[in-house]
Design a protein around this ligand. Structure first.
Ligand SMILES: Cc1ncc(COP(=O)(O)O)c(C=O)c1O
Length: 384
């Protein structure tokens, strides 16, 4: 069946997300899937039991539009104890249907026709289409290889009187790079006394390695005053399928967010909000996440030692970039597809995170996987 009229597409050039494409290809070719970012091990049994408990207790109807107050209060306490800034849980915190919805709604609520938004490439795939959907103009800044750092001189040149927002993401998907104190101070310097908003995607806030500290926007009060900070319980509690996240913002920015949020989802999953409220009171459930994933990263690197791929250091997230110029000069997409079909291992070509498909011969592998999955994947990597 098809609509017979004319469709004026709002996103005429938008293709299906590479994650959907690679995961479908992995399934078709029975390949090990290190492409999409999700764990292949189960989540905490305690957390599952808590959801069950609250469902049986009758917490099955609409939650408040802003999220249940108990969960917002827990988030406020956690953010204050980790990063030192207190967010008023009534006015400055909102629960969302995953980070994706929080990102979308923050952009929808603040970006008008012709507003400029600075995005760093390679960039998580949802930012650019959403900015464009709302009439914004994307200005691309390039993260500099080999360590994917920000060139602040380039950012300075991109800022104009039309700049409305800068989107940052640390720890960074797809590269595993992290922002430093110097980066945040430069961001502060460049945005002081301007109307520029910051959208800070911090979904991997706890997945940080080698003794590094997560430089949350919430550590920098001046920056926090102009920012939407986005988090994801899906990433933190290994439950990406639950699609629950949150956003922090100063009151007047949150007011704008809520005006849009109420007509996007209105409210989010109720029993899961109650379950997470109780679960996160034990700080160890997120405190140990960095060392948990660092062990996985180290194990993966140990298993692929001696392969022809070159390792690009990952300081956070659950992604590892591997550069393959010693193997082939095929473009990333071709090589990733061939690897999936011939070698039965799916990854993500990093070129898809660039608007011009910049090709540096780098693939992204997700190591949030069981030992046996990592072993099988590493055997293949060592054979290529
Ligand atoms: C950088 C980044 N932001 C946002 C998201 C979306 O998070 P959620 O699953 O909570 O919507 C992801 C998921 O992969 C991500 O990697």
């Amino acid at each position: 069946m098809n609509f017979k009229g004319t469709i004026k597409s709002k996103m005429p050039k938008q293709e299906t997300s590479i994650f959907a494409v690679m995961s479908a290809l992995a399934l078709e070719h029975k390949a090990i899937n290190l492409s999409q970012g999700f764990p292949d091990f189960n989540i905490s049994a305690e957390l599952i039991n808590l959801v069950h408990k609250y469902m049986k207790k009758g917490k099955n109807q609409y939650a408040p539009m802003t999220g249940i107050p108990e969960l917002r209060e827990q988030i406020s306490l956690k953010v204050e104890s980790l990063y030192g800034t207190k967010f008023d849980y009534q006015k400055e915190i909102n629960i969302t249907a995953g980070a994706t919805q929080a990102l979308h709604t923050a952009i929808a609520a603040t970006i008008n026709e012709g507003d400029e938004v600075i995005v760093f490439e390679p960039a998580y795939d949802s930012y650019v289409p959403v900015v464009k959907m709302h009439g914004g103009i994307v200005k691309f800044a390039q993260l500099k290889l080999p360590d994917y750092h920000i060139d602040w001189n380039e950012v300075m040149k991109l800022i104009s009187s039309r700049t409305r927002m800068i989107i940052i993401n640390s720890p960074h998907n797809p590269t595993g790079s992290i922002l430093t104190d110097t980066d945040l101070k430069m961001l502060d310097k460049l945005t002081r006394n301007t109307d520029i908003l910051i959208l800070s995607d911090e979904v991997y806030e706890h997945l940080i390695f080698d003794g590094n500290r997560h430089e949350s926007i919430c550590r920098y009060p001046e920056l926090a005053q102009r920012s939407y900070v986005v988090g994801s319980f899906g990433k933190t509690f290994h439950a990406t399928g639950w699609k629950l996240g949150f956003v922090l913002a100063p009151e007047n920015l949150m007011d704008e967010f809520r005006k849009a949020h109420q007509f996007v989802v209105f409210a989010c999953n109720t029993p899961i909000q109650y379950a997470i409220t109780e679960y996160m009171q034990d700080k160890n459930v997120y405190r140990e996440l960095g060392s948990f994933y660092q062990q996985k990263r180290d194990r993966f690197l140990e298993l692929i030692r001696g392969s022809k791929f070159n390792v690009i250091p990952s300081y956070g997230t659950y992604f590892q970039l591997l550069e393959y110029s010693r193997i082939t000069d095929e473009p990333e997409i071709d090589f990733a597809i061939r690897m999936t079909k011939e070698y039965k291992l799916a990854s993500i070509p990093v070129s898809v995170f660039y608007h011009k498909n910049t090709d540096n011969k780098v693939l992204r592998f997700c190591f949030a996987k069981k030992e046996e999955t990592l072993k099988k994947a590493a055997e293949i990597i060592c054979r290529i």
